[in-house]
Design a protein around this ligand. Structure first.
Ligand code: IMP
Length: 429
């Protein structure tokens, strides 16, 4: 059975949670490898929504091992709360089901303080305020706290003193609250005791399982256009959200990966600031927002909505080596006609089918659109691709042609059952 990476192919919120949830049926291990509680995956299980921020979406399936890999940044308090809320919903979330990498980095209260205090003013990114950027900054500067340190209070205290010697002056300068290493160490040590049973060498667990023929699903967070290297920098998150991040963030080589599924909505959304060439600012944008329930699962912020951008999607397909696409929320487009696809950009009189070199120019491009007939029929009950209206199929075919990737799955509603499986790359054999 193939090991599969699932990644977002837009600016996040593509519906990865639901697709991972569907594909988990064929997996043994589900691994998250980047980001932290900035992600919010909404799953609808037994008719009731469940939002997970840190735990892999596979958590709702009994008998599957879910791992949080070394590339993640983890807020221990948020993790314990999430474990608790899943437990209350009846899901099995003991250490036999969930493993957390020793090497993942810890999001500390000062990271969150710094995130909120520094992301202000006209150049603000509009972060989720979950401390993601400052935590990855500390990791790269080699003053971060890894999960294993939570179980070694003395060493933790010294590491916190070192980190705070750099961070407190920055916080002071920003007029934000500063922190004392002692009380912070004590609080973290008690969180560490609660989490200790979950801490493990997730990399070895993955390799041992793969050696026995286990099937691994790597669950991406955010989307390609928010990637630190390949996204719309600086309006990005601070991790590698592309498929390559699954290798570095979980300790698995590229030769172990058999398929990469890219998730894209049938239109585009973005939350936070930054360029969005195909954004719809008028009534139609509002209509998409309402019908698609486009509010951030983490922050509740309204998402900006627009037409599908095939230039951006094609780029995402290339940088992640996406072998097939899952198109989500097709049902939201019901009754909208024509449906537009952005197929190129016009900039200073020139046309281009690629992103401009300078990120700032993406703010100025004028999208070039193709128009496609919409569909009137309610498609939420459709389970086979050939039963979709012809115009919907033509729209999907065009997306596939422009993005240069086949479509393996189409989602036509929030529940697991509202899914058209065209060709499941995660299924055995
Ligand atoms: P950060 O990841 O909190 O630092 O936020 C950086 C940017 O990424 C902001 O524009 C956020 O809105 C965006 N972002 C982070 N996580 C997600 C996500 O899961 N979905 C959509 N946007 C996200």
């Amino acid at each position: 059975m193939p090991n599969v990476i699932v990644v977002g192919a837009q600016w996040g919120d593509e519906g990865k949670g639901k697709v991972v949830d569907v594909l988990t049926a064929d997996a043994d291990l589900v691994v998250r490898y980047a980001g932290g509680a900035n992600a919010g995956h909404t799953l609808v299980v037994a008719g009731a929504p469940l939002v997970v921020h840190l735990l892999p979406s596979g958590v709702t399936h009994a008998g599957k091992r879910c791992l949080l890999g070394p590339g993640m940044v983890i807020d221990p308090e948020a993790l314990l709360e999430e474990l608790d809320s899943c437990r209350k919903r009846g899901f099995s979330v003991g250490p036999e089901a969930i493993g957390v990498s020793h090497h993942a980095h810890v999001i500390l209260p000062y990271h969150k303080e710094l995130d909120g205090a520094s992301d202000q003013g006209p150049n603000a990114i509009g972060t989720t305020r979950r401390g993601i950027g400052p935590c990855y900054e500390d990791k790269m500067a080699r003053r971060g706290i890894q999960m294993w340190m939570l179980t070694r209070p003395e060493l933790l205290g010294r590491a916190l003193e070192g980190a705070l010697a750099v961070t407190n002056p920055r916080l002071r300068q920003l007029g934000a609250a500063t922190f004392d290493a002692g009380p912070l160490r004590d609080r973290l040590a008690s969180l560490g005791s609660a989490l200790e049973p979950y801490l493990c060498d997730t990399t070895s667990i993955i390799h041992e399982a793969m050696a026995k023929g286990a099937r691994v699903l790597f669950e991406g967070a955010q989307g390609a256009l928010l990637d630190i290297d390949h996204g719309t920098y600086p309006y990005v998150t601070s991790s590698s959200t592309v498929a390559g991040g699954a290798c570095t963030g979980s300790g698995v080589g590229p030769t172990q990966i058999h398929a990469v599924i890219g998730i894209a909505k049938a239109y585009t959304t973005r939350v936070g600031n930054g360029p969005f060439p195909s954004e719809l600012k008028g009534d139609l944008g509002e209509q998409l927002r309402k019908r698609g329930g486009e509010h951030g699962a983490t922050t509740g912020r309204p998402r900006r909505c627009g037409w599908l951008d095939a230039v951006a999607l094609g780029r995402a397909v290339r940088v992640s080596g996406i072998s097939s696409l899952a198109i989500t929320k097709l049902d939201v487009l019901q009754g909208i006609s024509p449906i537009k696809i952005c197929v190129g950009y016009r900039l200073d009189g020139e046309t281009a089918e690629e992103f401009p070199t300078a990120g700032v120019d993406l703010e100025r491009v004028e999208p070039i659109y193709e128009e496609w007939d919409g569909f009137e029929e309610d498609i939420r009950g459709v389970t086979r691709i050939e039963n979709l209206p012809g115009t919907a199929r033509a729209y999907l075919d065009r997306i596939s042609e422009l993005a240069k990737a086949p479509i393996c799955l189409v989602s036509v509603g929030p529940s697991r059952s509202e899914t058209i499986l065209v060709d499941n790359p995660a299924s055995p054999g």
